[in-house]
Design a protein around this ligand. Structure first.
Ligand code: WT7
Length: 651
């Protein structure tokens, strides 16, 4: 493939020669890696394992099966501690004074530089303090934190003592927090007085107090001071972080962990039921985090790297904390939002900290694109060298704007496809060795084997479209659903036997490039946040006036998808604007602001088959205003229902 195509062509944008020359992974090197990983995975990943620190190096590399019980083991006789790769070895190798975390506050006048040595000290003190409280290997610790350095310290301290962290996004409600704590049987919670975002404060400790009313397993709550807001402290249960740290042993021996010992749980939404606890283990996850962070972002020592995600999501785990820190990078951690104090905030921060690598979500790009070029051009951005995108499909218009306006056609754009379950990036261009096409995540990384299958599971060849599966394991893969291996098998390996099903659909073009088309299940992606329509439905039906609800995604210009709800009220209840507002707030309170409905339509009835199954296909079409293609409605129990829904669609 021609890698030196010129940028005036919209379909294929090659990497300019200078960028290619400077890159880590040349075209030839990439081809060699792809070949070696395919032919000899044990040799290839055995070598890549050396990028992290081991107490005992693994001799067994890959031992995985997608059949029957589904067993995934990588580096299974290796012993390590993830925090050592992120901290100790940088001190040993003379990187102690390098800035590990460059923190930029929501308030533009606040920032903080934390060196690897300081980070090490803070992690060790918290780790020692947790051990003193009796927390240790295998215990689950929930982390409900704002985007402050202490969030990363808490994660690393858990890793250090072998506790399994379960980070819950700070935007989730007390109820959502409680159900995650309960599912994980957490023994401790780490939180802060408050968070800050876009000039507003988030009452984390108060939310936690409410959640903990239903969480008897939590024996200890560690509270970081952030805004200094007054909070209630529960004697015996709640501890100020600073007080614990002051009295803690500054030495904290890293817990020896088997490569397959659990490292963290992260809850994510599926098509049905409650969010699943995605479990990642230590060795494979760390190798994948380090490998992908280096090759995809073409990371080089000394560079300033910024991923705008929140540590509450997997992107924050792998590409704010573990990947960059394992590679000794300076990782920028941003507490704020792109629109506060104004729409040039991202670019102001880029200039202020001379950011080289910038990684954000399409929803942010689209929102900024709407504000025009001016807020971008107010800043120089000449430190930028590479741009990344993650979380949802990026439309070509947004891709090109990112490439032309933000990156001034100088920076390759890596559109990275992956999931909470995959631990790290699976499909993405490697800058300098894969020609880009706006809107395509391009090609799999070395060692990743995607395929497209039809609905019967038949493998499709060549240029085609189908369900995206991965046919063999990679080190960063999730190992199980916490506490429910059967659900793991059911969710990911039963739709298409012997293959990992991603839940996404994709098209593959004549160059073998993948174009992700979005979820093919009942998961929606709202502003890069993954949500199960079933979760929103159960929040709605929990309202005393609601009889039934059906929720679907609808196209949304900025957010990618919006939340469209059809609501049937109990007999005797009347629709009103007041009730509409009440239901919106209800869902916000039940789940969190990210689940706020974009549209609520009163539905006297829902389209159901004679056996009572809701025909969601029809509801999706009505929400999308695609009224011509409603398809065959004759199998419905009451076809007239559809006419009513069409006549009364909202927005
Ligand atoms: C779902 C996973 C990836 C970490 C953050 C989200 C969608 C993610 C892309 C992309 C098209 C994408 C998929 C996937 N998605 N990245 N580059 N292009 N779609 O992780 O919350 O587990 O969501 O996000 O639909 O299945 P997640």
């Amino acid at each position: 493939m021609d890698t030196h195509l010129h940028a005036h062509h919209d379909e294929v944008i090659g990497i300019k020669a200078d960028a290619a020359a400077r890159t880590h992974v040349s075209v030839e090197r990439r081809q060699a890696m792809v070949r070696e990983a395919a032919v000899d995975p044990n040799g290839f990943w055995g070598k890549e394992a050396n990028r992290i620190s081991w107490m005992v190096k693994p001799s067994k590399i890959k031992n995985t099966s997608f059949h029957d019980d589904v067993q995934i083991k990588w580096f299974e006789d290796g012993i390590l501690n993830a925090s050592v790769s992120c901290l100790d070895r940088h001190l040993e190798e003379g990187r102690g004074d390098r800035v590990a975390i460059l923190w930029e506050g929501d308030d533009p006048s606040m920032d903080e530089r934390v060196t690897y040595r300081e980070l090490y000290n803070r992690v060790c003190r918290l780790g020692s303090a947790m051990r003193r409280l009796g927390i240790g290997k295998g215990d689950v610790v929930t982390i409900y934190m704002p985007m402050i350095v202490d969030a990363a310290v808490a994660m690393l301290a858990c890793a250090r003592i072998g506790a399994i962290h379960s980070v819950v996004f700070g935007g989730f409600s007390p109820d959502s927090l409680a159900s995650r704590i309960q599912d994980g049987n957490s023994v401790a919670l780490i939180t802060a007085d408050e968070g800050r975002r876009g000039g507003r404060s988030v009452p984390l400790k108060a939310n936690a107090d409410q959640a903990l009313l239903e969480c008897p397993t939590v024996k200890h709550v560690i509270v970081a001071r952030n805004t200094d807001a007054p909070v209630n402290m529960h004697p015996g249960r709640d501890h100020w972080w600073a007080t614990l740290a002051r009295h803690a042993d500054p030495v904290c021996q890293p817990e020896p962990m088997n490569a397959e010992d659990p490292m963290f749980i992260l809850y994510t939404s599926g098509s049905t039921g409650k969010p699943k606890g995605v479990l990642h283990t230590t060795g494979g996850y760390m190798v994948w985090a380090s490998f992908t962070h280096e090759v995809v972002f073409d990371y080089r020592p000394g560079e300033i790297y910024w991923c705008t995600a929140d540590v509450g999501w997997v992107t924050g785990h792998t590409y704010i904390v573990y990947g960059p820190l394992a590679n000794g990078a300076t990782t920028l951690m941003f507490e704020g939002v792109p629109s506060y104090p104004d729409n040039s905030r991202f670019w102001q921060v880029v200039d202020k900290h001379q950011v080289n690598i910038f990684y954000t979500a399409p929803t942010a790009i689209r929102a900024l694109m709407r504000e025009g070029e001016k807020p971008v051009k107010r800043w120089r951005r000449d430190s930028l060298r590479l741009l990344g995108s993650v979380g949802e499909p990026i439309n070509p218009e947004a891709w090109l704007w990112y490439y032309r306006v933000v990156g001034e056609e100088r920076c390759p754009v890596v559109d990275t496809w992956w999931q909470t379950e995959t631990g790290g990036i699976l499909i993405s261009p490697l800058p300098g060795s894969v020609a880009q096409k706006p809107g395509s995540a391009t090609l799999p990384l070395p060692g990743v084997k995607p395929a497209l299958v039809d609905n019967d599971g038949k493998l499709l060849e060549g240029a085609t479209e189908g369900n995206l599966v991965i046919t063999d394991s990679w080190p960063g893969q999730m190992r199980t659903v916490f506490g429910d291996h059967e659900r793991f098998i059911q969710t990911y390996f039963s739709t298409f036997k012997g293959m990992y099903f991603t839940g996404d659909g994709a098209r593959r073009d004549e160059d073998g490039y993948y174009w992700i088309t979005g979820r093919v299940d009942d998961v929606i992606n709202v502003a890069g946040h993954r949500m199960g329509t079933a979760e929103v439905e159960s929040a709605l039906v929990a309202h005393p006036k609601v009889a039934e609800a059906a929720v679907v995604g609808m196209p949304h210009e900025i957010k990618g998808q919006g939340i469209y709800c059809y609501v049937t009220l109990n007999a005797g209840e009347e629709p009103s604007d007041a009730l509409l507002a009440e239901l919106r707030n209800w869902v916000r309170r039940e789940i969190g602001p990210i689940a706020t409905p974009d549209a609520i339509q009163w539905a006297p009835g829902l389209p159901k088959t004679r056996s009572g199954k809701i025909m969601r296909r029809i509801l999706r079409k009505i929400a999308a205003n695609e009224l011509d293609g409603l398809g065959d409605t004759s199998t419905l129990a009451d076809p007239a229902v559809v006419d009513d829904l069409v006549a009364n669609r909202v927005m």
